[in-house]
Design a protein around this ligand. Structure first.
Ligand code: NAD
Length: 476
């Protein structure tokens, strides 16, 4: 049984939970010791004890630790990619790419550790100096979802440590394997005892204990809107800093003047790769009437040619859905859409393979209307719906007509429409002739409206969340 990391020690408990491979439910990846309230509180205490010393650590020490971790992740990307594919179901090339991204993120923040600087500003008062500096927040709680088991933890843990915070990390229940591997790497990379703690367990126990503990100064959370709302309301009484990244219902607009092949590629990649289990997935395809029928036929044809199967099989394009509950949710939404008048044009069926897994063929729903539930609620699976619109103006309106605002895309050869969409899209990230999913690791990531709350993640903008600004005045 794999232990958790608390105060620099590997700690085990009497209760372990199996990590099941969604491509083959007879395959147990490993068993992970589960934390309860007591272990979670120990981890928080360890972080609190270690935080002051780590806050005083120099940039070289932080750089070297993050660099060692990044180097090891990159060197082991094949092996860690296989683990990720096995526990989460992402196809191997995508899993390896995710591991690579995690390694790059650690190297980025290793360099950022050397670039911490402040400002000296002239005072409006003669004989007074003003310095503006950034200080660590203290103890940061990290609560992560299952769909990016190593990249999301990396883009929270690396900046937290880079800017001098101590960490209590709680991964999602479905993916303890990648989290454990990351903790092992960080431990051996030389993170001082207590500065980084891993607690594995249920959200309702470990996560809730973190929310309820006032010793946690800041929480960075990625997951569902429902849990994000709990994080916000539990944090308010403590005036705790929060950063929430939640769901999406991301539109990909396809205009009559689009390059058809490119638009199909963007739609298929954005909506269905990673089994559609991306917060930035193009779940709404908003298509103008002149290209609609050709686009739908081409997407359906392309989907029919994709092979769904075991994530480690080289012939597989789309891996399994992450677990039985997510599969049931996907099937429910397809049924709801059909009951509200949508046409299931392609896929949406359970697929049998040699191994027993949660295989679902990518589903394309057509003739949908913006107000249908399929266009309002996040499915988080290989399911996309097509909304037919008259022209660009209606497409823009429909694209923005959602409570979410994470990512939005447009396929067009018109500079005028591309620029207008970049300006008027109510999303945190806008893509022109690119899938709505797939972002760089060195620039800000995040959304608007119900998709996000708080400052941006990633790139140098991450400093905003993981530090507090201090303004110091000195009389000369
Ligand atoms: P989830 O909200 O069910 O779980 C997220 C995390 O919260 C898990 O670690 C879980 O254990 C924990 N949790 C659950 N209950 C808790 C509680 N009471 N207190 C504290 N923690 C608790 O989400 P999920 O199913 O793991 O992930 C899917 C969701 O994540 C989707 O909505 C997706 O859009 C979103 N997501 C968003 C982004 C983004 O950057 N915007 C990225 C990836 C995923």
């Amino acid at each position: 049984m794999k232990p958790m990391l608390i105060g620099g020690e590997w700690v085990t408990t009497s209760h372990g939970v199996e990590n099941i491979n969604p491509s083959d439910i007879s395959d147990v990846v490993d068993i992970y010791a589960q934390a309860g309230r007591a272990e979670t509180q120990q981890a928080i205490a360890a972080a609190q004890a270690a935080a002051p010393q780590w806050a005083l650590s120099g940039p070289q020490e932080r750089h070297d630790i993050l660099h060692r971790a990044g180097d090891e992740i990159l060197a082991r990307k094949q092996e860690l990619g296989e683990l990720l594919a096995r526990e989460e179901g992402k196809v191997l090339p995508e899993a390896i790419a995710e591991v690579q991204r995690a390694g790059q993120i650690f190297l980025f923040f290793a360099a950022e550790a050397l670039r911490q600087r402040g400002e000296i500003v002239a005072s409006v008062r003669p004989g007074v100096g003003v310095e503006i500096t950034r200080e660590p927040v203290g103890v940061v709680g990290i609560i992560a979802p299952w769909n990016f088991p190593i990249a999301i933890p990396a883009w929270k843990i690396a900046p937290a440590l880079c800017y001098g915070n101590a960490v209590v990390f709680k991964p999602a229940e479905l993916v303890p394997g990648s989290a454990w591997a990351l903790a092992d790497i960080l431990h051996r990379a030389g993170v001082p005892a207590g500065v980084f703690n891993l607690v594995i367990g249920a959200g309702s126990v470990v996560g809730q204990t973190m929310l309820d503990d006032e010793r946690i100064d800041a929480i960075t959370f990625t997951g569902s809107q429902a849990t994000g709302t709990r994080v916000a309301s539990a944090s308010l009484p403590f005036m705790r800093k929060i950063q929430l990244e939640m769901g999406g219902k991301n539109p990909l607009v396809v205009l009559d003047d689009a390059d058809l092949d490119l638009a199909v590629q963007c739609a298929v990649d954005g909506a269905f790769f990673s089994t559609g289990q991306r917060c930035t997935a193009s779940s709404r395809l908003v298509v103008t009437q002149g290209i609609h029928d050709r686009f739908v036929s081409a997407v359906a044809e392309r989907l029919a040619s994709l092979r769904v199967g075991h994530a480690l099989d080289a012939a597989t394009h789309i891996g399994p859905v992450a677990d039985a509950a997510q599969l049931a949710q996907d099937l429910d939404y397809i049924a709801i859409a059909r009951s509200q008048g949508a046409h299931l044009r392609q896929g949406g069926e359970l697929v049998r393979r040699e191994t027993e897994g949660y295989f679902l063929s990518p589903a394309l729903l057509t003739e949908t209307l913006p107000a249908m539930r399929i266009n309002c609620e996040e499915v988080f699976g290989p399911v996309a719906s097509v909304i037919r619109v008259r022209d660009y103006e209606e497409a823009l309106f429909v694209a923005n007509d959602t409570e979410f605002g994470l990512s939005a895309g447009i396929c067009t050869t018109s500079l005028k429409y591309a620029n207008d969409f970049k300006r008027k899209s109510q999303a945190g990230m806008v893509m022109v002739n690119l899938p709505t999913a797939g972002v760089d690791y060195h620039v800000p990531f995040g959304g608007r409206k119900a998709s996000s709350h708080g400052s941006r993640e990633q790139g140098s903008h991450a400093a905003e969340f993981f530090t507090i600004v201090k303004t110091a005045y000195t009389a000369a």
